[in-house]
Design a protein around this ligand. Structure first.
Ligand SMILES: C[S@@+](CC[C@H](N)C(=O)[O-])C[C@H]1O[C@@H](n2cnc3c(N)ncnc32)[C@H](O)[C@@H]1O
Length: 280
């Protein structure tokens, strides 16, 4: 439903009556879609993928929104020592790195001094364009990076055994279809040089009923709306088994969210950093 129609209905005196009816119909529509997607998972995959592409196009419809809506809390993220945690256990070569779901290039920019070359991949063409702009504005020569647009269903880079190190921040928890994450991990591992490592950040410590192995094909939003949650340690054994994770490390993030001038809410987020190793 378009934003104008939503705004019009919200203003209407019939809203208190219409809203519960709308929610009720939506509920049944979702049951139908869940049923359909269980029988035909490929339809579910393509429905979820179209939603993600559309949503990220909206989040990143200009450079400022790419920073403040797509990344969000930009300054808080920039103040956080991601490199320290992502690289803590990495002992390999510092030649070529890949930022999966690089957005507008925030973390690529930070990794440029740590590696000879830092590539980025993202499903959003808008973000890819802004990443190029952001990196050039920050003085990085175009020989120092390559940017790729992916389909959103995998990684879409044809460079087997190429990267020393692959990382990802505040992105994988937004992909709430397990089959897609599985295909992404498979692709990422094939891109790693033998002995290379991949380290990414996931949300941890909260429970929205949507877990690691769920395929939430019916999700209506991404980038926070329908995230994957890993509520506690008991969920980790199964995850570790499927990913063959060799090391895991707790990361605590504590942020202050200033909602209005009057209200401040302090949210403590927990994340696990998983290290995957290509032992081939
Ligand atoms: C919150 S932003 C984070 C950007 C960047 N990693 C950072 O830390 O600043 C999430 C990014 O993940 C990307 N993304 C989400 N789902 C994706 C998928 N299935 N494949 C590739 N990129 C995806 C989005 O386009 C967006 O740029």
């Amino acid at each position: 439903m378009s934003a104008q129609i939503k705004a019009f209905l919200r203003e209407s005196i019939l809203y208190p009556l219409l809203h519960p009816i709308y929610k009720f119909l939506l509920y049944f529509y979702d049951i139908l879609r869940t049923f359909l997607f269980t029988i035909f998972p490929t339809l579910g995959l393509s429905s979820y993928n179209s939603m993600q592409i559309k949503e990220y196009k909206n989040y990143s419809n200009n450079f400022n929104n790419a920073m403040e809506l797509c990344v969000g809390n930009f300054q808080a993220h920039e103040a956080y020592p991601y490199e320290k945690y992502l690289m803590e256990r990495y002992k390999g070569e510092r030649k070529i790195a890949l930022d999966f779901a690089c957005g507008m290039g925030r973390m690529m920019n930070r990794f440029m001094d740590l590696f000879d070359k830092v590539d980025g991949v993202d499903l959003s063409l808008e973000n890819i364009t802004y990443a190029k702009q952001y990196l050039e504005e920050n003085g990085h020569s175009e020989h120092k990076f390559d940017l790729y647009q992916s389909t959103g269903m995998g990684v879409s880079i044809d460079k087997k055994d190429y990267y020393d190190f692959i990382f990802s921040t505040i992105a994988l928890q937004h992909i709430s279809v397990y089959e897609i994450r599985k295909s992404i991990f498979k692709d990422l591992l094939s891109l790693l040089k033998p002995g290379g490592s991949c380290c990414f950040q996931m949300g941890f410590g909260w429970d929205n009923g949507n877990y690691w192995f769920s395929n939430k094909y019916t999700a209506r939003s991404t980038n926070g709306g329908d995230d994957v949650s890993i509520p506690d340690d008991s969920h980790l054994a199964g995850i570790k088994k499927t990913l063959k994770i060799s090391v895991s490390k707790m990361l605590n993030l504590k942020w202050n969210y200033h909602l209005t001038q009057k209200w401040e809410i302090i949210i403590t987020l927990f994340g696990y950093l998983f290290t995957l190793t290509n032992n081939s």
